[in-house]
Design a protein around this ligand. Structure first.
Ligand SMILES: [Zn+2]
Length: 343
């Protein structure tokens, strides 16, 4: 019997040394220490079957074995707990050599950036910024601006009609009427905003784009005021050396009307093969004129007492010119590689 006990002790020690997981630990307990099926408690049951003179020493021996097994069990348990904590710590402590998390920093969209630049120039000249609805009444978009139903300008500004006398505004000009009805002269406003046309998208057209409208109404406003204002604005935007020229034109809502050109900001008129001005040296940049008396009347203002000027420009076109872009659609593709370059 003592040989068997020695053999069993070796088994206990070997099994304890092999404990790696909580499952191993549990198995060890069941095999050697479980009250019901464990080998060591089973040995105690043999004591009454032994000759009386052997019982005491046998009992002592298996008691020692049980204490050994229990202490090995406790040690293995502690060891596993330690491993667990080390594992948890390893996961919890950040590794300072790892690369950090990068959150890309956003930037102002090129269209917004150009809009803000233009707004700031006019704010410095004492203008207010006015706003109006993009779903506009047909009346404000056309009729009130001296564009009656038969007028060919309606064809040129074909748009999205939403029914009930409403449409997606084709220009920011309806805000002229809204502002005149809301404010009393003197009026000095600019109106930045989205406008819509039923155009196929191509390098120079998109069905939605941005305009900035300007309107000044007061006593004694003349074409000279318009000219000086736009020259000041365009030189502030494109540089002091920029040439500005007015060409007679026609718009239903202004009389007289003008198209305004600037000297080519790329070649200055010196390159006959310039891709921006085509060698002409001038680029059309905006439309302007003295507010038509009918438009003043539609705004509730007496054209005998007041006069005014108005102008409108495309923000996309100015963004393209300032950035050397050849495709207006770049503004709306939301391509990160493009937007990154525009920062
Ligand atoms: Zn040029």
């Amino acid at each position: 019997m003592p040989d068997d006990i020695d053999e069993l002790q070796r088994k206990v020690e070997e099994a304890a040394a092999k404990i790696e997981t909580p499952q191993d630990l549990q198995r060890f307990k069941e095999e050697f220490l479980s009250r019901k099926r464990g080998i060591i408690p089973g040995l105690f049951k043999k004591i009454p079957t032994l000759p009386p003179q052997e019982r005491s020493s046998f009992g002592k021996r298996i008691n020692e074995l049980r204490e050994l097994a229990e202490s090995l069990f406790k040690k293995a348990e502690e060891r596993l707990k330690g491993n667990l904590w080390r594992e948890r710590l390893r996961k919890a402590i950040p590794d300072p050599t790892l690369p950090g998390y990068f959150k890309p920093l956003g930037s102002v969209h090129p269209i917004s950036e150009v809009s803000h630049t233009i707004e700031e120039i006019f704010l410095r000249m004492g203008y207010d910024i006015e706003d109006g609805p993009e779903v506009e009444m047909e009346y404000f978009n056309f009729d009130a601006l001296n564009i009656p139903p038969h007028h060919p300008a309606r064809q040129e500004q074909d748009t999205f009609f939403v029914g009930g006398g409403y449409l997606l505004r084709t220009h920011t000009s309806p805000v002229q009427i809204r502002a005149m009805r809301k404010r009393k002269p003197p009026i000095r406003i600019i109106v930045p905003g989205r406008v819509y046309r039923r155009d196929e998208a191509d390098p120079t057209h998109t069905p939605m784009f941005y305009q900035i409208e300007g309107l000044v109404v007061d006593r004694g406003i003349s074409f000279a005021h318009l000219k000086a204002t736009l020259e000041t604005f365009l030189k502030a935007l494109f540089g002091e050396e920029t040439g500005v020229r007015f060409r007679p034109s026609y718009f239903p809502f202004t009389e007289p009307s003008a198209e305004v050109d600037i000297s080519c900001p790329v070649c200055g008129g010196k390159d006959p093969n310039c891709s921006v001005c085509g060698g002409a040296g001038w680029i059309e940049i905006l439309g302007a004129g003295m507010v038509h008396p009918e438009v003043l009347r539609a705004g509730g203002i007496d054209p005998e007492e007041y006069s005014g000027f108005a102008f409108g420009l495309g923000v996309d076109r100015i963004s393209m010119l300032k950035r050397g872009l050849t495709d207006i659609r770049n503004h709306y593709w939301n391509r990160m590689d493009f937007l990154e370059q525009m920062k």
